[in-house]
Design a protein around this ligand. Sequence first.
Ligand code: KG4
Ligand code: ZN
Length: 335
Amino acid sequence: MAYILGIESSCDDTSAAILKSDQILANLIANQTIHRTYGGVVPELASRAHQQSIVPVVDAALKEAGLTVEDLNAIAFTRGPGLLGSLLVGASFAKSMSLALDIPLIEVNHLDGHILSHFIKENDESPVPEFPHLCLLISGGHTQIVLVKNPFDTEIIGQTIDDAAGEAFDKSAKIMNLGYPGGPVIDRLAKDGNPNAFVFAEPKISGYDYSFSGLKTSILYSIRDHLKQDSEFIEKNKNDLCASIQHTIVKILMQKLCLAAKDLNIKTVTIGGGVSANSAMRSAMIETGKKLGWTTFIPPFQYTTDNAAMIAIAGYFKYLNQEFCKLDAIPFARA
Ligand code: KG4
Ligand code: ZN
């Protein structure tokens, strides 16, 4: 048994979580709302907000878990990819704590965290995916189909050649002036819309790779043309536009995932990352899974967008392997 503290600070969420081995005791996230004013994450502001939040968030996580720092057995932190200034805050904090408490430090790749989030257990009975399985990792920065052979042997078999799925949501929302981040807004407005009201261009790209930049252009031109006829077009068709955009993104994501699962003959399929919070994406996974006989794993909402519990579970796997890192581990911005 080990108590692992996880720290995540790669973008605009400051998060601390505590696991008792693979079971969750606390997972707290301080969201930075300041970026909404600017329509996107401002790195310098993110880094400053992390500095303000990190101590209270870790303290609150320990309290929620009913532990003190002396109980901790290891500290796992996100080393990258992400915003350097943001990563530095979490990394420096984790290093100081590991040094002060004389306990091991574990570096975690943010993407491994999303992929391994399915192994966080609420209790002993929680089912977990078997190996190998396929994970569709869909976030604001990445879109990948990953063959997961074991916790740390993963192979990217397809990925986006331009925008990530989360960016497709965010950029579409920006075109419609719906605010940032756009994914959750589109999801909400789409609930009262017709997914077949508008048709947008779908990419024609071979293999398991994705592309979303053509879709963005198609949405932009279509809306621009309609606005020439009716200046209130967006306002009048907001729900239908969101439902149609969401439907198209989910369709594109599912097509390649199904192809990969079929070709590799893999029936355990998971999704992870911020876009796995999307309600249409979750329904598509359940329906497709039933039709194709998959065992599907869809993360609970608190483990979809960035969170420290996923860093702690990835850290726990490394803890079992005694894979610790030195104090001079430098954060990295790109995968
Ligand atoms: O994994 P994440 O929190 O951060 C990265 O690692 O990038 O993902 C953030 C992305 C954003 O693009 C956001 O718009 C999207 O996830 N997102 C959603 C939803 N919730 C978050 N996209 C669609 N529907 C949602 N409900
Ligand atoms: Zn993420």
